[in-house]
Design a protein around this ligand. Structure first.
Ligand code: SAM
Ligand code: SF4
Length: 326
Protein backbone atom coordinates (compact mmCIF):
# COMPACT_ATOMS: atom_id res chain seq x y z
CA UNK A 1 0.00 0.00 0.00
CA UNK A 2 1.44 3.36 -1.02
CA UNK A 3 1.13 6.51 1.06
CA UNK A 4 0.38 9.99 -0.33
CA UNK A 5 4.03 10.48 -1.24
CA UNK A 6 4.37 7.26 -3.21
CA UNK A 7 6.22 5.37 -0.48
CA UNK A 8 5.40 1.67 -0.21
CA UNK A 9 4.35 1.03 3.40
CA UNK A 10 5.07 -2.61 4.20
CA UNK A 11 6.57 -2.50 7.69
CA UNK A 12 4.72 -2.36 11.01
CA UNK A 13 6.55 -1.77 14.27
CA UNK A 14 4.49 -2.99 17.18
CA UNK A 15 5.16 -1.91 20.73
CA UNK A 16 3.78 -4.69 22.86
CA UNK A 17 4.41 -3.01 26.20
CA UNK A 18 5.41 0.42 27.50
CA UNK A 19 7.10 -1.20 30.51
CA UNK A 20 10.73 -2.10 30.84
CA UNK A 21 13.08 -3.96 33.16
CA UNK A 22 15.77 -1.30 32.58
CA UNK A 23 15.76 2.49 32.80
CA UNK A 24 18.23 3.73 30.18
CA UNK A 25 19.09 7.32 30.95
CA UNK A 26 18.38 8.50 27.42
CA UNK A 27 15.04 6.74 27.16
CA UNK A 28 13.15 6.53 30.45
CA UNK A 29 13.05 8.54 33.64
CA UNK A 30 14.12 6.63 36.74
CA UNK A 31 10.83 7.14 38.50
CA UNK A 32 7.43 8.64 37.96
CA UNK A 33 6.69 6.68 34.82
CA UNK A 34 3.13 7.05 33.66
CA UNK A 35 2.27 3.43 32.87
CA UNK A 36 -0.60 2.63 30.61
CA UNK A 37 -3.30 0.85 32.61
CA UNK A 38 -3.60 -2.87 31.96
CA UNK A 39 -7.17 -2.56 30.70
CA UNK A 40 -6.18 -0.17 27.92
CA UNK A 41 -3.27 -2.31 26.67
CA UNK A 42 -4.01 -4.46 23.65
CA UNK A 43 -4.31 -8.12 24.48
CA UNK A 44 -2.04 -10.50 22.57
CA UNK A 45 -5.05 -11.79 20.65
CA UNK A 46 -5.94 -8.21 19.66
CA UNK A 47 -2.37 -7.55 18.52
CA UNK A 48 -2.38 -10.70 16.39
CA UNK A 49 -5.74 -9.75 14.90
CA UNK A 50 -4.58 -6.22 14.07
CA UNK A 51 -1.38 -7.51 12.47
CA UNK A 52 -3.54 -9.80 10.35
CA UNK A 53 -5.63 -6.84 9.24
CA UNK A 54 -2.47 -4.87 8.46
CA UNK A 55 -1.08 -7.78 6.47
CA UNK A 56 -4.16 -7.66 4.25
CA UNK A 57 -3.08 -4.11 3.32
CA UNK A 58 0.44 -5.04 2.30
CA UNK A 59 2.35 -5.18 5.61
CA UNK A 60 5.01 -7.87 5.14
CA UNK A 61 7.48 -7.13 7.89
CA UNK A 62 6.75 -6.86 11.62
CA UNK A 63 9.04 -5.87 14.45
CA UNK A 64 8.06 -6.35 18.09
CA UNK A 65 9.46 -3.72 20.38
CA UNK A 66 8.55 -1.66 23.44
CA UNK A 67 9.39 -0.87 26.28
CA UNK A 68 11.00 -4.24 26.66
CA UNK A 69 9.03 -6.77 24.60
CA UNK A 70 10.41 -9.84 26.39
CA UNK A 71 8.77 -8.91 29.68
CA UNK A 72 5.35 -9.38 28.11
CA UNK A 73 3.85 -12.71 29.24
CA UNK A 74 3.15 -15.21 26.47
CA UNK A 75 5.18 -13.37 23.87
CA UNK A 76 6.17 -16.76 22.44
CA UNK A 77 2.51 -17.41 21.63
CA UNK A 78 2.23 -14.00 19.95
CA UNK A 79 5.35 -14.67 17.89
CA UNK A 80 3.81 -17.96 16.78
CA UNK A 81 0.51 -16.31 15.84
CA UNK A 82 2.18 -13.58 13.78
CA UNK A 83 4.69 -15.94 12.18
CA UNK A 84 1.86 -18.16 10.99
CA UNK A 85 0.28 -15.33 8.96
CA UNK A 86 1.10 -16.25 5.36
CA UNK A 87 1.69 -12.64 4.24
CA UNK A 88 4.28 -11.88 6.93
CA UNK A 89 7.70 -12.82 5.61
CA UNK A 90 9.90 -11.11 8.21
CA UNK A 91 9.33 -11.12 11.96
CA UNK A 92 11.96 -9.51 14.16
CA UNK A 93 12.42 -8.24 17.70
CA UNK A 94 14.30 -5.38 19.35
CA UNK A 95 15.37 -6.15 22.91
CA UNK A 96 17.76 -5.16 25.65
CA UNK A 97 18.65 -8.86 25.87
CA UNK A 98 18.27 -9.23 29.63
CA UNK A 99 15.73 -12.07 29.32
CA UNK A 100 16.69 -13.44 25.93
CA UNK A 101 18.92 -16.37 26.88
CA UNK A 102 16.30 -18.57 28.47
CA UNK A 103 13.66 -17.70 25.85
CA UNK A 104 15.78 -17.83 22.69
CA UNK A 105 15.04 -21.39 21.57
CA UNK A 106 11.28 -21.08 22.17
CA UNK A 107 11.16 -17.76 20.32
CA UNK A 108 13.01 -19.21 17.38
CA UNK A 109 10.82 -22.32 17.29
CA UNK A 110 7.74 -20.08 17.31
CA UNK A 111 9.01 -18.33 14.18
CA UNK A 112 11.16 -15.40 15.28
CA UNK A 113 13.72 -14.82 12.56
CA UNK A 114 15.96 -12.01 13.74
CA UNK A 115 16.86 -9.99 16.80
CA UNK A 116 18.37 -6.55 17.34
CA UNK A 117 20.09 -6.11 20.68
CA UNK A 118 20.73 -2.75 22.32
CA UNK A 119 24.22 -2.44 23.75
CA UNK A 120 25.76 1.01 24.17
CA UNK A 121 28.98 0.06 25.90
CA UNK A 122 31.18 -2.99 26.42
CA UNK A 123 32.31 -1.92 29.88
CA UNK A 124 30.23 -3.55 32.61
CA UNK A 125 30.24 -0.56 34.97
CA UNK A 126 29.29 1.87 32.23
CA UNK A 127 26.53 -0.48 31.10
CA UNK A 128 25.16 -0.57 34.61
CA UNK A 129 25.30 3.24 34.72
CA UNK A 130 23.59 4.00 31.38
CA UNK A 131 20.86 1.37 31.84
CA UNK A 132 20.51 2.10 35.56
CA UNK A 133 21.25 -1.44 36.69
CA UNK A 134 21.59 -3.64 33.58
CA UNK A 135 23.96 -6.60 33.35
CA UNK A 136 26.33 -6.45 30.37
CA UNK A 137 27.13 -10.14 30.67
CA UNK A 138 23.49 -10.99 29.91
CA UNK A 139 23.29 -9.00 26.71
CA UNK A 140 26.67 -10.16 25.43
CA UNK A 141 25.72 -13.80 26.10
CA UNK A 142 22.40 -13.15 24.35
CA UNK A 143 24.13 -11.76 21.26
CA UNK A 144 26.29 -14.85 20.91
CA UNK A 145 23.33 -17.11 21.64
CA UNK A 146 21.46 -15.56 18.70
CA UNK A 147 24.53 -16.13 16.53
CA UNK A 148 24.80 -19.73 17.68
CA UNK A 149 21.12 -20.28 16.78
CA UNK A 150 21.70 -18.82 13.34
CA UNK A 151 19.25 -15.93 13.80
CA UNK A 152 21.15 -13.94 11.24
CA UNK A 153 21.78 -11.13 10.67
CA UNK A 154 22.31 -10.42 14.39
CA UNK A 155 22.32 -6.66 14.88
CA UNK A 156 23.50 -4.45 17.71
CA UNK A 157 22.02 -0.99 18.29
CA UNK A 158 24.46 1.46 19.84
CA UNK A 159 23.46 5.03 20.59
CA UNK A 160 26.62 7.13 20.51
CA UNK A 161 26.66 9.73 23.27
CA UNK A 162 29.62 12.09 23.18
CA UNK A 163 31.60 11.93 26.40
CA UNK A 164 30.01 8.63 27.40
CA UNK A 165 30.82 5.97 24.82
CA UNK A 166 32.46 7.67 21.83
CA UNK A 167 35.77 6.40 23.21
CA UNK A 168 34.54 2.86 22.45
CA UNK A 169 33.70 3.36 18.78
CA UNK A 170 36.83 1.53 17.71
CA UNK A 171 36.20 -1.31 20.18
CA UNK A 172 32.80 -1.86 18.58
CA UNK A 173 34.39 -1.77 15.13
CA UNK A 174 36.94 -4.38 16.30
CA UNK A 175 34.07 -6.56 17.60
CA UNK A 176 32.28 -6.68 14.25
CA UNK A 177 35.55 -7.13 12.42
CA UNK A 178 36.06 -10.27 14.44
CA UNK A 179 32.49 -11.65 14.53
CA UNK A 180 29.65 -11.77 11.99
CA UNK A 181 27.67 -9.12 13.84
CA UNK A 182 26.10 -5.97 12.42
CA UNK A 183 26.43 -2.88 14.50
CA UNK A 184 24.31 0.20 13.91
CA UNK A 185 25.58 3.43 15.38
CA UNK A 186 22.56 5.61 16.11
CA UNK A 187 22.63 9.37 16.57
CA UNK A 188 21.36 10.38 19.98
CA UNK A 189 17.84 11.74 19.48
CA UNK A 190 15.91 14.22 21.59
CA UNK A 191 13.03 11.89 22.30
CA UNK A 192 10.88 11.99 25.37
CA UNK A 193 12.87 12.41 28.54
CA UNK A 194 15.17 15.27 27.63
CA UNK A 195 16.85 15.30 31.00
CA UNK A 196 19.87 13.42 29.65
CA UNK A 197 19.82 14.72 26.07
CA UNK A 198 22.01 17.73 25.25
CA UNK A 199 22.99 18.99 21.81
CA UNK A 200 26.67 18.67 22.71
CA UNK A 201 26.19 14.97 23.44
CA UNK A 202 25.05 14.27 19.88
CA UNK A 203 27.76 12.88 17.62
CA UNK A 204 26.85 12.88 13.97
CA UNK A 205 27.45 9.73 11.98
CA UNK A 206 29.99 11.42 9.67
CA UNK A 207 32.27 11.96 12.62
CA UNK A 208 31.79 8.38 13.84
CA UNK A 209 32.58 7.06 10.35
CA UNK A 210 35.69 9.22 10.03
CA UNK A 211 36.99 7.84 13.31
CA UNK A 212 36.51 4.25 12.16
CA UNK A 213 38.16 4.97 8.82
CA UNK A 214 41.34 5.85 10.63
CA UNK A 215 41.77 2.08 11.12
CA UNK A 216 39.42 0.32 8.78
CA UNK A 217 38.69 0.72 5.11
CA UNK A 218 34.91 0.80 4.73
CA UNK A 219 33.10 0.05 1.51
CA UNK A 220 29.48 -0.30 0.44
CA UNK A 221 28.79 -3.95 -0.31
CA UNK A 222 25.82 -6.26 -0.40
CA UNK A 223 22.76 -5.20 1.57
CA UNK A 224 21.97 -6.59 5.01
CA UNK A 225 18.57 -8.24 5.42
CA UNK A 226 15.96 -6.02 7.03
CA UNK A 227 17.60 -2.94 5.59
CA UNK A 228 15.83 -0.02 7.23
CA UNK A 229 17.18 3.47 7.69
CA UNK A 230 20.74 2.26 8.32
CA UNK A 231 23.45 2.70 5.75
CA UNK A 232 25.78 -0.29 5.95
CA UNK A 233 29.47 -0.63 5.20
CA UNK A 234 31.68 -3.68 5.00
CA UNK A 235 35.27 -3.81 6.24
CA UNK A 236 38.02 -5.47 4.23
CA UNK A 237 38.40 -9.00 5.65
CA UNK A 238 35.94 -8.13 8.43
CA UNK A 239 33.23 -10.66 9.31
CA UNK A 240 30.48 -8.19 10.23
CA UNK A 241 29.31 -4.79 9.05
CA UNK A 242 28.98 -1.27 10.36
CA UNK A 243 25.74 0.64 9.91
CA UNK A 244 24.90 4.26 10.58
CA UNK A 245 21.48 5.62 11.46
CA UNK A 246 21.38 9.36 11.14
CA UNK A 247 17.97 10.74 12.13
CA UNK A 248 19.57 14.01 13.25
CA UNK A 249 22.03 14.81 10.49
CA UNK A 250 20.47 13.25 7.44
CA UNK A 251 16.87 12.17 7.68
CA UNK A 252 15.89 9.11 5.67
CA UNK A 253 12.18 9.87 5.39
CA UNK A 254 12.01 9.69 1.58
CA UNK A 255 12.50 5.94 1.74
CA UNK A 256 10.48 5.33 4.92
CA UNK A 257 8.32 2.21 4.71
CA UNK A 258 6.93 1.98 8.23
CA UNK A 259 4.03 2.78 10.50
CA UNK A 260 3.86 2.16 14.25
CA UNK A 261 1.38 0.75 16.71
CA UNK A 262 1.63 1.50 20.42
CA UNK A 263 0.87 -0.93 23.24
CA UNK A 264 -2.51 0.72 23.79
CA UNK A 265 -3.39 0.32 20.15
CA UNK A 266 -2.67 3.77 18.73
CA UNK A 267 -1.44 3.96 15.18
CA UNK A 268 1.19 6.55 14.27
CA UNK A 269 2.63 7.27 10.87
CA UNK A 270 5.98 8.24 12.38
CA UNK A 271 7.80 8.28 15.71
CA UNK A 272 7.58 12.05 15.60
CA UNK A 273 4.01 12.36 14.40
CA UNK A 274 1.68 13.46 17.15
CA UNK A 275 -1.56 12.51 15.38
CA UNK A 276 -2.80 9.06 16.37
CA UNK A 277 -5.69 6.79 15.58
CA UNK A 278 -6.78 4.56 18.43
CA UNK A 279 -7.65 1.00 17.48
CA UNK A 280 -8.31 -0.21 21.02
CA UNK A 281 -11.42 1.95 21.30
CA UNK A 282 -12.51 0.77 17.86
CA UNK A 283 -12.06 -2.83 19.00
CA UNK A 284 -14.01 -2.17 22.19
CA UNK A 285 -16.79 -0.67 20.11
CA UNK A 286 -16.91 -3.91 18.12
CA UNK A 287 -15.21 -2.77 14.91
CA UNK A 288 -15.13 -5.35 12.14
CA UNK A 289 -12.27 -6.10 9.75
CA UNK A 290 -13.32 -3.45 7.19
CA UNK A 291 -13.49 -0.71 9.78
CA UNK A 292 -10.09 -1.65 11.19
CA UNK A 293 -8.65 -1.75 7.68
CA UNK A 294 -9.99 1.79 7.10
CA UNK A 295 -8.16 3.02 10.20
CA UNK A 296 -4.87 1.53 9.00
CA UNK A 297 -5.47 3.08 5.58
CA UNK A 298 -6.10 6.49 7.12
CA UNK A 299 -2.78 6.29 9.00
CA UNK A 300 -0.90 5.33 5.85
CA UNK A 301 -2.52 8.02 3.70
CA UNK A 302 -1.92 10.74 6.30
CA UNK A 303 1.71 9.77 6.98
CA UNK A 304 3.80 12.95 7.12
CA UNK A 305 6.43 13.47 4.40
CA UNK A 306 9.24 13.73 6.95
CA UNK A 307 9.94 13.90 10.66
CA UNK A 308 10.58 17.15 12.50
CA UNK A 309 13.11 15.74 14.95
CA UNK A 310 15.52 18.62 14.63
CA UNK A 311 12.95 21.00 16.05
CA UNK A 312 12.68 18.92 19.22
CA UNK A 313 10.17 16.53 20.71
CA UNK A 314 7.56 19.17 21.56
CA UNK A 315 5.82 19.65 24.88
CA UNK A 316 2.52 18.73 23.21
CA UNK A 317 3.85 15.24 22.45
CA UNK A 318 2.02 13.14 24.99
CA UNK A 319 4.26 10.09 24.65
CA UNK A 320 7.90 9.24 25.13
CA UNK A 321 9.93 6.91 22.93
CA UNK A 322 9.35 3.84 25.13
CA UNK A 323 5.60 4.55 24.98
CA UNK A 324 5.61 4.58 21.19
CA UNK A 325 8.11 1.83 20.54
CA UNK A 326 11.72 2.44 19.66
N1 SAM B 1 13.85 -2.20 25.10
C1 SAM B 1 14.26 -2.55 23.80
C2 SAM B 1 15.71 -2.15 23.55
O1 SAM B 1 16.25 -1.37 24.32
O2 SAM B 1 16.26 -2.62 22.56
C3 SAM B 1 13.37 -2.00 22.70
C4 SAM B 1 12.85 -0.61 22.85
S1 SAM B 1 14.07 0.68 22.77
C5 SAM B 1 13.07 2.11 23.00
C6 SAM B 1 14.50 0.62 21.06
C7 SAM B 1 15.75 1.34 20.67
O3 SAM B 1 15.57 2.74 20.84
C8 SAM B 1 16.98 0.97 21.47
O4 SAM B 1 17.99 0.48 20.61
C9 SAM B 1 17.42 2.27 22.09
O5 SAM B 1 18.81 2.39 22.18
C10 SAM B 1 16.82 3.30 21.15
N2 SAM B 1 16.65 4.60 21.77
C11 SAM B 1 15.97 4.90 22.89
N3 SAM B 1 16.08 6.22 23.19
C12 SAM B 1 16.88 6.76 22.21
C13 SAM B 1 17.38 8.06 21.96
N4 SAM B 1 17.09 9.08 22.76
N5 SAM B 1 18.16 8.26 20.87
C14 SAM B 1 18.47 7.22 20.04
N6 SAM B 1 18.02 5.96 20.23
C15 SAM B 1 17.24 5.72 21.31
FE1 SF4 C 1 14.10 0.00 28.25
FE2 SF4 C 1 14.94 -0.17 25.73
FE3 SF4 C 1 14.29 2.22 26.78
FE4 SF4 C 1 16.48 0.99 27.65
S1 SF4 C 1 16.11 1.72 25.55
S2 SF4 C 1 14.87 1.95 28.95
S3 SF4 C 1 15.91 -1.11 27.54
S4 SF4 C 1 12.90 0.54 26.43
Amino acid sequence: MKDSYGREINYLRVSITDRCNLRCRYCMPEEGIRKVEHYSILSLEEIARLVRVASSLGIRKVRLTGGEPLIRKNIVQLVGDIASLPEIDDLALTTNGMLFNSMACDLQKAGLKRVNFSMDTMVAEKFKYITRGGDLEKVSTAIFKALELGMEPVKINTVIIRGFNDSEIMDFADLVYQYPLHIRFIEFMPVGDLFYWKPERVMQVDEIKTRIEQEYELYEGSKIEGNGPAKYYHMRKGKGTIGFISPMSNHFCASCNRIRMTADGSLRGCLYEKAEINLKSALLAGAGEDELRELFLKTIVNKAPRHQMNSGWGSDNKRMMYQIGG
